[in-house]
Design a protein around this ligand. Structure first.
Ligand SMILES: N[C@@H](CCC(=O)N[C@@H](CS)C(=O)NCC(=O)O)C(=O)O
Length: 215
């Protein structure tokens, strides 16, 4: 069975799964879930993900939801091909895990509400941002980015001097933030974070992901 990803190309979590597949050189089919019409809440999709969200990944062995689990699975299953995304030694692997966790527990919780308030909210509801939520999360994000700046002053990538799933996990939220939040200076004012973003966002895996379907 060919690898299938159920989702839409605009979804952040779907995008990170697509980028992981591109890094590993795995062919896949993106099966569009018509979210505008609520297809993600219908029984057919709920059989794949009972939480009614995208992405869902499917191959001959497994059906999975939760993008971080999907991306770990792809990185492990295809360990021997494409970019090694999980480190080689136990300590490298532990550092990759640590920074994936940092993304999920610290970066995403500040970045995601900002992307919602400053970009998606208008698109979905026509309403403008709640400035109190924006201010709280800018403060949170600044604190997180200070830690990233210090880390990236010591190593080229988050887990060490090798690109990994830890870096890739930051792709989709950071892309929307840089292009649509009007607050990209939070990244560009920190030289090490800025050059890390410049480097990883120019990888072909990400460029292919954000231009998916445009050729
Ligand atoms: N933690 C989940 C989040 C998935 C998620 O929130 N997906 C969004 C699109 S990026 C979605 O399906 N939203 C529709 C909804 O929540 O109803 C993951 O990483 O896969």
């Amino acid at each position: 069975m060919a690898v299938k990803v159920y989702g839409i190309p605009l979804s952040t979590a779907t995008r990170n799964a697509m980028a992981t597949l591109y890094e590993k050189g795995v062919e896949f089919e993106l099966v569009t879930v018509n979210m505008k019409e609520g297809a993600h809440k219908r029984p057919e999709h709920l059989k794949l993900n009972p939480f009614g969200k995208v992405p869902v990944y499917q191959d001959e062995d497994v059906t999975l939801f939760e993008s971080r689990a999907i991306n770990r699975y792809i990185s492990t299953k295809y360990e021997g091909q494409g970019t090694p995304l999980f480190g080689k030694t136990p300590s490298e692997k532990a550092l990759v895990e640590q920074w994936i966790e940092v993304e999920g527990q610290n970066y995403y919780p500040a970045m995601s509400p900002l992307n919602y308030q400053l970009f998606f909210k208008k698109m979905f509801s026509g309403e403008g941002p709640d400035e109190a939520i924006v201010a709280t999360n800018v403060q949170k994000l600044n604190a997180v980015l200070d830690i990233y700046e210090a880390r990236l002053a010591e190593s080229k990538y988050l887990a060490g001097d090798f690109f990994s799933l830890a870096d890739l996990s930051h792709y989709a939220q950071t892309e929307y933030f840089m292009k649509h939040s009007g607050k990209s200076d939070l990244i560009t004012s920190r030289p090490h974070v800025a050059s890390w973003w410049e480097d990883i966002s120019n990888r072909s895996s990400w460029q292919k992901t954000i231009t998916y379907g445009s050729s």
